[in-house]
Design a protein around this ligand. Structure first.
Ligand SMILES: Nc1ncnc2c1ncn2[C@@H]1O[C@H](COP(=O)(O)OP(=O)(O)OP(=O)(O)O)[C@@H](O)[C@H]1O
Ligand SMILES: [Mg+2]
Length: 343
């Protein structure tokens, strides 16, 4: 124990938010050192093997624009590991980049994994971190660390509800007394919003746009509720006959486009509220709901949910970083680490 504490001072222990859309790595008192999309660009070699060309932002910029022998893949999609080998290689790349093999001692690594991944997938993540040089690996799940990162007093004997809307999944968790009392995960989050925008644009204007364009539309004019000042932008795409064409989209169009996935999120939250013991439900009425994850940045989402669920809803500070911050907090607290990690 003493030796471990002693080693801890010198090693650069690492916290990783392994998200299906973004991976964030922080190191002890250096804070966040990597914040990049979970994307890998791979070139198919003649000998049948594949070579990694880029990982992170550079790879994401290649999505939808690669020549035939190069593919830009998101190895974790919809909250599951779609491509084991690429996920392993991506984890190793990020760990090695963050660590830079500076410290002579190997770090302890806490990884927040997508909620509900299988035992086999967990093992793959665990082994990749070990083979990248970790001394010890701990796996933690998203709702609890999202709550920690959002500053929710998880140890108190009081119910708090966290809703993390990431890329692949939305996780709903209720914390009390240092544990998760209830949780639910649905595969409706940022990626589904992008797909809903692609479908909406095709159905209403006959224009085909790619998922990167849809995500940009979401960033620029995405809204869940009527905005005080309506936003608009021009969008380029290909029409039904293959010609390039330009259209004008407004934030109210995106509100319409997102109607279905947002309704699914509201329904899932309502279901969790219905399953809750009465006392805890009373706490949520008092404390409201906290939103984290990139999806929480959709304009007016708090107002939309407040109207749909009839409870107070607030977006955490820097929602994209909440899980990473929460994971780093776990690393600072040995008791918490043992309590909530399962590796
Ligand atoms: N300003 C914004 N407005 C709307 N959506 C945004 C904004 N910024 C990021 N997002 C969306 O947030 C999602 C990524 O969020 P986040 O990084 O929390 O996901 P993740 O942790 O990688 O995924 P998961 O938790 O599902 O594994 C993406 O779908 C992205 O398009
Ligand atoms: Mg996440």
């Amino acid at each position: 124990m003493f030796l471990d504490n002693f080693i801890g001072i010198f090693s650069e222990d690492m916290a990783i938010d392994l998200g299906t859309a973004n991976t964030i790595v922080s190191i002890g008192n250096r804070g966040i050192v990597i914040n990049e999309p979970s994307v890998v660009a791979v070139k198919q070699e003649k000998n049948g093997r594949s070579k990694i060309l880029a990982v992170g932002s550079v790879a994401k910029d290649m999505i939808g624009k690669t020549p035939v022998d190069i593919t830009a893949v998101r190895p974790m999609r919809d909250g599951v590991i779609a491509d084991f080998e690429m996920t392993e290689r991506m984890i190793r790349y990020f760990i090695e980049k963050a660590h830079k093999r500076k410290a002579f001692l190997r770090p302890r690594i806490v990884i927040c994994i997508p909620f509900g991944i299988t035992q086999v997938e967990r093992k793959a993540v665990y082994e990749s971190a070990l083979s990248a040089g970790a001394r010890e690996v701990f796996l933690v799940e998203e709702p609890m660390v999202a709550a920690l990162g959002a500053g929710i007093p998880v140890n108190e004997p009081c119910g708090n509800m966290i809703v993390d809307i990431g890329g692949g999944t939305t996780e709903i968790g209720v914390t009390s007394l240092g544990g998760l009392v209830l949780s639910k995960s649905i595969k409706v989050a940022g990626d589904r919003f992008d797909k809903a925008i692609v479908d909406y644009v095709r159905q209403t204007t006959n224009l085909n746009i790619g998922e990167r364009t849809a995500e940009n539309i979401k960033f620029e004019i995405g809204a869940a509720y009527d905005l005080k000042d309506e936003l608009s932008m021009t969008v380029k795409g290909r029409d039904g006959s293959g010609f390039l064409s330009t259209i004008e989209l407004k934030s109210t169009d995106i509100k319409d486009a997102l109607k279905e996935p947002l309704k699914e999120i509201a329904t899932a939250i309502r279901n969790v509220l219905e399953e809750m013991p009465a006392d805890l439900a009373g706490d949520i009425v008092d404390n409201g709901i906290v939103l984290t994850g990139g999806g929480a940045l959709i304009r007016g989402l708090d107002a939309y949910l407040k109207n749909a669920i009839k409870l107070e809803v607030r977006v955490a500070e820097e929602p994209l970083l909440a899980v990473a911050r929460g994971t780093a907090k776990v690393l600072e607290n040995e008791q918490l680490l043992q309590l909530i990690s399962d590796a």
